[in-house]
Design a protein around this ligand. Structure first.
Ligand code: AMP
Ligand code: MN
Ligand code: MN
Ligand code: MN
Length: 294
């Protein structure tokens, strides 16, 4: 089973549209795909059609920007209901807050001598209501301030650098509740990316579990192979479901392609087992007459 449960489209900071993502997923032999745009669900309906028409199983997803104390954490919602009112309102609140942050980033970069960054970033945003650091990064590269997106983050867009602005994201408990209330599984995205010490990780995972978190992304395109192994151990310790995702954003930009991450290590229940059971429950059984006619 080649499941890739983490990627982005032009509805957030990805470079491909649903049809292009689905075509790529088919060419990479993906059986089950989740689209997990940052803080929004606007591309899910089109993505489902694009995936299913190519025989690829599809899971409605989202990647919610949240805070655990002062630490930014991304929480994947897998198998959500994209129309659930509480989830929709929560995501809208986060997107609204991104607009003010983007203005502040533009002002901060102007002080550092870079003009027109907000307008420049907007030109790269497929969805004007979702401006991310990635869009600023693409503008800064094009304007010649760094030679690639990775470099530009290190120089301009991480804590302590001119284009970095502190931001209050959703509370971790709210993110988990929106996901659960809409019928989804809350999964910590790329847990190796937060720079937590072992003690902090233990505390964080305990809190996430207590809040109703279901799993962690054991295998991630944002992890080293060693980290994938480490998080397999954490998942077993905490009894978390395990997820697997490339975090693909686009060709040329992401070093890991769709589906090209290692298999989920043994001894961990894959989150897709639960997702597929739920999906099967939701599909109405064919009427009896259809069976007779067939
Ligand atoms: P934001 O949610 O606006 O803070 O932007 C976060 C996004 O920036 C992530 O989802 C990644 O796509 C991208 N990103 C964060 N850190 C880096 C990095 N060091 N190199 C490349 N992309 C990054
Ligand atoms: Mn991103
Ligand atoms: Mn993320
Ligand atoms: Mn992501």
């Amino acid at each position: 089973m080649n499941a890739d449960l983490h990627c982005h489209s032009t509805a957030s900071d990805g470079l491909l549209k649903p049809d292009e993502l689905a075509e790529r997923a088919r060419n990479r032999g993906i059986d089950l795909l989740a689209l997990t745009d940052h803080d929004g669900v606007s591309a899910l309906a089109a993505m489902r059609v694009a995936a299913e028409s190519r025989g690829i199983g599809f899971v409605d997803g989202v990647e919610i920007s949240a805070c655990w104390g002062a630490i930014g954490i991304h929480v994947l919602g897998l198998g959500i209901d994209p129309q659930h009112a509480g989830l929709v309102a929560g995501l809208q609140g986060i997107r609204d807050s991104r607009a003010g942050r983007a203005r502040a980033m533009g002002e901060s970069l102007a002080k550092a001598g870079i003009d027109g960054a907000l307008e420049g970033a907007m030109a790269y945003a497929g969805n004007p209501s979702l401006l991310s650091r990635t869009h600023f990064a693409r503008f800064l590269v094009q304007a010649g301030h760094a030679n690639d997106v990775k470099n530009v983050f290190q120089r301009y867009l991480v804590e302590g650098k001119p284009g970095y602005v502190e931001h209050q994201w959703a509370r971790l408990e709210d993110a988990v509740n929106w996901i659960r209330d809409s019928g989804g599984q809350a999964v910590v995205a790329h847990p190796g990316r937060y720079g937590l010490t072992e003690a902090e990780m233990r505390e964080f995972l305990g809190t996430f579990k207590d809040l109703g978190g279901a799993g962690i992304e054991v295998v991630s395109g944002a992890h080293t192979p060693d980290q994938n192994g480490d998080f397999a151990v954490w998942a077993r310790q905490f009894g978390f479901l395990g997820s697997r995702g490339s975090d693909f954003h686009g060709p040329g930009e992401s070093k890991v392609d769709l589906g090209k991450v290692m298999a989920l290590p043994a001894g961990i229940e894959p989150v897709w087992n639960v997702l597929m059971e739920k999906a099967a429950d939701r599909v109405p059984h064919p009427p009896h007459s259809a069976t007779v006619l067939a």
